[in-house]
Design a protein around this ligand. Structure first.
Ligand code: B12
Length: 168
């Protein structure tokens, strides 16, 4: 099957979030922006909004059961680390070959530390919409991650590389 889908995840603001408040949380601008851009460029998109969908881990499991996924991208603030790690572990437990990409405030601030976790493959630093596109192209057609500015990744020996900053 030709892979063409990107799953994008937004999380509740923190682990102690009460779903009775879910109407008070705005959808993630980052996830909507990136999803729109990818969709406009021909990719299939699934957005999982964990701030709205209480069973978002089950939703994620159902989506990754198919073989059409280029990568799972997550928008992560520091308060959301336990939630994002749980989702990343879920991907790796059931489909370890699906790349897990973190973007947003936390991996932008702590790219190397984020990559130390075995369940995170790639981080996107700062502005991320074009990186999201470039990564979709990379996972679809191959190429060289070093050619994409504003990302961090690990080689086979688990050594972290951070590419140059991206022109805005
Ligand atoms: C607007 C805003 C909000 C709004 C709306 C957020 C939303 N749901 O869209 C409101 C008021 C709701 C809000 C609330 C909170 N916020 Co706020 N917010 C911001 C602010 C000012 C701008 C974020 C934004 O929308 N930017 C526009 C979008 C398009 O860009 P972006 O989010 O930066 O994402 C870009 C990249 O990071 C990257 N990217 C992001 N995700 C992904 C994912 C992938 C896969 C890829 C490839 C790339 C990628 O690409 C995007 C496009 O370039 C930032 C500060 C700032 N100046 O950045 C703080 C900020 C993100 N918020 C922060 C915090 C802490 C919160 C709260 C937890 C506060 C609280 N205690 O309740 C809540 C949580 C809300 C939630 N998401 O559930 C912190 C996060 C700090 C950290 N270390 O993680 C920030 C950085 C402010 C700060 N300096 O402290 N926030």
């Amino acid at each position: 099957m030709q892979k063409n889908k990107v799953i994008l995840l937004n999380f509740p603001p923190s682990s102690n979030f009460l779903y009775s408040n879910k109407g008070a949380i705005y959808p993630s601008a980052a996830v909507m922006l990136i999803g729109s851009l990818l969709k406009k460029n021909g990719y299939d998109i699934e957005i999982i909004d964990g701030a709205y969908d209480e069973n978002y881990i089950e939703t994620l499991k159902a989506l990754i059961a198919k073989d059409d996924i280029l990568y799972v991208g997550m928008s992560v603030m520091t308060t959301q680390i336990p939630l994002a790690l749980n989702a990343s572990r879920t991907v790796k437990k059931y489909k370890k070959d699906i790349p897990v990409v973190w973007g947003g405030a936390h991996p932008t601030l702590f790219p190397k530390e984020t990559l130390l976790n075995d369940n995170v493959d790639i981080v996107v630093i700062n502005e991320g919409s074009f990186n999201a596109m470039d990564l979709a192209g990379y996972f679809k057609a191959g190429g060289n991650l070093r050619g994409i500015n504003g990302v961090g990744f690990k080689n086979k020996d688990n050594e972290v590389s951070i590419t140059g900053s991206r022109d805005m």
